[in-house]
Design a protein around this ligand. Sequence first.
Ligand code: FES
Length: 126
Amino acid sequence: MSADSRDIAIGAYDELKERERIVLDIDGVSIGVYFIAGEIRAWHNVCPHLGGPVCQGKIVPRTLQGVDEATRKSRGLQLSQDEKMLVCPWHGFEFDILNGRHAIDDRHRLKAVPVRVEAGQVVVTL
Ligand code: FES
């Protein structure tokens, strides 16, 4: 963290946690804050592909390719009950909301914004 970084309270956790996502502009820096499965994550709203507004993309369940253990044959596509993906609106790259990684290409990752709950407030560090 740089000496120039600062903490910014963005609202009460109890109110914000009811929302899946909020996208904020703080002094010209756009970020997305996500409340997923009891976890909080914040990401810069800049897609690592070509800079699209990734945080405004659709939130979808991760698509899984099920494989039958015995026959090793595909059981077809299934939707994850746990994992949520963020789909960049420009070219459709999908990122895991909790870890920021691209669905299949680990070279592409969202840039994290430190976020925590302190005294009942959600606080980001920019
Ligand atoms: S800019 Fe996000 S997928 Fe291309």
